[in-house]
Design a protein around this ligand. Structure first.
Ligand SMILES: Cc1cc2nc3c(=O)[nH]c(=O)nc-3n(C[C@H](O)[C@H](O)[C@H](O)COP(=O)(O)OP(=O)(O)OC[C@H]3O[C@@H](n4cnc5c(N)ncnc54)[C@H](O)[C@@H]3O)c2cc1C
Length: 360
């Protein structure tokens, strides 16, 4: 939530200093400007409210086909969005803009045409079905994680490690997945949970959808299985089955507002001391977010004990070939990955583990 959003939400009442601090959390200011910003936020209620001008969206032409109005479209339904996407496959899809915006501000790119996804009603819903949650791709990260945490409370802690609150309220779950960064944080978790995405297009006058397992979405560095007329519309996340154990870890240089060096998520079902099912998602160790299939095989149907975990750690350490970059060296990433599996084992045994946050 930005200060502007806070201002709209409180509807004229005074904002507390704590509310203002949360609204700007994650902003790194080196100019000591926090005090006047907070004071201004606390004084906002004394000033008249400003109306935000409506944005022109789509021009309806006489032949009934929607067109991009010069360079920007703001569709409000899939029935508007998908035919536009089919007609303008080169247009930049934009959700929260927290990744795509960097191409403009840091790489000085210009997008000649933009299709804004943030008002498409069908993409803004979270639906709870008997077997699964369906999260619209344009749901912001804050709301998406809150819905996931209702089913799996441990996710709430992990969600707090994703960027800062303003980013979580601007960035979307669909944007994180579609952007396909190898260090994107939601994907290892969603892979461990068995999530699928629904990719939808407008073909021959009708809507066509396909379900794709998340691990099959990534073809290479920032290359996805989406074809040019497709939009990622929903993320389908199965509900937990009885006995699920979930471990989800993010290691980054800073606790708040930092991208992962390594991420590991592990979903386990153990019955009578034997691993009945296991899914492991990892980030920061390959060109894409990945599922650790070999390590899963080393654990599946094995007794859940220290010897099995040590064996699986060896497999996990060799399963991927991470790169060295400014966040971490390849060796560090391999070591952290294998140690995170040990951490999961210790935690699953009820042993207390030091958290990164405890050290800050
Ligand atoms: C300060 C800061 C901190 C950050 N911290 C983290 C972090 O801790 N962890 C992390 O994982 N990321 C982090 N990010 C990255 C970013 O916030 C997330 O990846 C976010 O989820 C992107 O969502 P968005 O809606 O802003 O995507 P956008 O920037 O709008 O879009 C990203 C890409 O996905 C495409 N796209 C978006 N939606 C769809 C769709 N429905 N169908 C098809 N294509 C689509 C766009 O065309 C674009 O190419 C951070 C970014 C910043 C600036």
């Amino acid at each position: 939530m930005s200060l502007y959003d806070l201002y709209q939400r409180v509807n004229g009442r005074a904002v507390s200093r704590e509310e203002a601090m949360e609204a700007i959390s994650g902003n790194l200011c080196r100019c000591t400007g926090y005090r006047p910003i907070l004071e201004a936020a606390c004084a906002m209620h004394r000033y008249p409210r400003l109306a935000v001008p409506a944005v022109p969206a789509i021009r309806h032409t006489s032949n009934g086909r929607d067109q991009l109005d010069t360079h920007y479209a703001l569709p409000t339904s899939l029935r508007q969005l998908l035919p536009l996407r089919a007609r303008y496959p080169q247009a930049q899809l934009m959700a929260g803009g927290t990744d795509a915006g960097l191409q403009v501000t840091q790489q000085h790119q210009r997008f000649p045409q933009v299709i804004d996804l943030t008002r498409v009603q069908e993409l803004l819903r979270i639906e709870d079905y008997p077997q699964h949650l369906t999260i619209g791709a344009a749901v912001n990260l804050h709301d998406a994680f809150a819905a996931l945490a209702e089913k799996r409370p441990s996710i709430a802690h992990f969600a707090g490690r994703f960027a800062g609150r303003p980013m979580r309220q601007s960035g979307t779950l669909g944007g994180n997945i579609a952007n396909g960064s190898p260090v994107g944080d939601s994907m290892p978790l969603l892979m461990a949970l068995g999530a699928q995405v629904v990719l939808t297009a407008w073909r021959k006058g009708r809507m066509v959808s396909r379900h794709v397992a998340l691990e099959d979405v990534y073809l290479g560095y920032k290359r996805t299985a989406l074809v040019s007329d497709e939009v990622l519309c929903w993320i389908v996340v199965p509900h937990p089955l009885p006995g699920e154990w979930l471990g989800n870890y993010k290691v980054s240089k800073r606790v708040e507002d930092d991208i992962s060096a390594v991420c590991l998520a592990l979903q386990l079902h153990i019955d009578k001391g034997v691993v009945q099912s296991v899914r492991i998602g990892a980030g920061g160790v390959a060109a894409t977010p990945v599922r650790a299939f070999k390590t899963e095989s080393a654990l599946l149907d094995q007794p859940w004990n220290e010897a099995t975990v040590i064996q699986a750690q060896k497999v996990l350490e060799k399963e991927f070939s991470p790169i060295s970059d400014m966040r971490a060296s390849a060796d560090y990433r391999r070591l952290v990955l294998r140690n995170l599996l040990r951490r999961a084992w210790l935690q699953q045994q009820g042993r207390a583990c030091v958290q990164l946050e405890d050290l800050s």
